[in-house]
Design a protein around this ligand. Sequence first.
Ligand code: MG
Length: 382
Amino acid sequence: MTLAPYAADPAKSRGRRYQEPPPAYRSEYQRDRDRIVHSAAFRRLEYKTQVFVNHEGDMFRTRLTHSIEVAQIARSVARALALNEDLAEAIALAHDLGHTPFGHAGQDALNDCMREFGGFEHNLQSLRVVDELEERYAEFQGLNLTFETREGILKHCSPAKAKELGELGARFLNKTQPGLEAQLANLADEVAYNSHDVDDGLRSGLITLEQLAEVELFRAQYEQVKKSYPALPERRAIHESVRRMINAQIVDLVSTSRARIERAAPEHSGAVRRLAEPLIAFSDVMRAQGLELKQFLRKHLYKHYRVQRMTNKAARTLRALFEAFFAEPGLLPPEFAAKAGALERAQGKTGRARAIADYIAGMTDRYAIAEYERLFTPQQPS
Ligand code: MG
């Protein structure tokens, strides 16, 4: 398939941090995607959660299925806009690699623990995973991905951090845009989680259809489905509505973005970067509806007392782990104790804290729980 002139062209990639010979039968972005899929961090996404803690039930999304859904949406949009599908897929599959166990609660707790030591941000951690933490290749640390995939992973960044990141952080300082594939992977993430949180929320019984009726994006689809199929069992009506909701957002995203691209008429992917605004976007109406849904989910799902109990437990678990390891790095498994020692020799206490954050962020939900029990429950083997 012919790519648009403003699509990312692997032959014109800004390259990898360590030079490598080109792949034989794949493009550079296909190679990035393949490295991501084969990484340890990617496999661990299976046992990390978004909203529901992993052992709450087998029916809910994990970060792995979420990432696959994001990749599917990103690929559809990329193909419809003649953008680079491989790059969009690579970014989507990697976007959550740095997530802590226990979803957002875990990220907030770890950020709190790291306050004096430069903080913790899952987005930066995803970059750290692919740049530093994966140890699979003889010639370099990390996965040595292309600039464009790394740029897509780094969705946001504080000015201070951006300065440290050099070329990769530059766009946060000079207010330019990332490539279109990065822009669309970001919005594909939103489409995926807004929709599947509705689905998981309903299945869990934490939100109800009556409550959801106040949300335009859902109501419009649900009413249509009920009208066309009055006898459809409720579960199927919900699936059909969620499916249509995703479709409506993708159609809106493609048509709005196409019109914006036509208007700006960028001649190449460099021209896209110099624009004041991203070209991949929802219409104003869809953006407002997405926001309404997001606010609904925050109020009724993420703040639900049972989710709050999960997040509270999760936060306490991670904080206890961090404090125990920080006070006594000798409790760390030898491999991580060695890393903490090395980082501490280079950066003092900040280095020790960072190595512990890396260890904790890499844990799956169930590993964090098991580690907590090994440390704090006297009857448990250590
Ligand atoms: Mg995500």
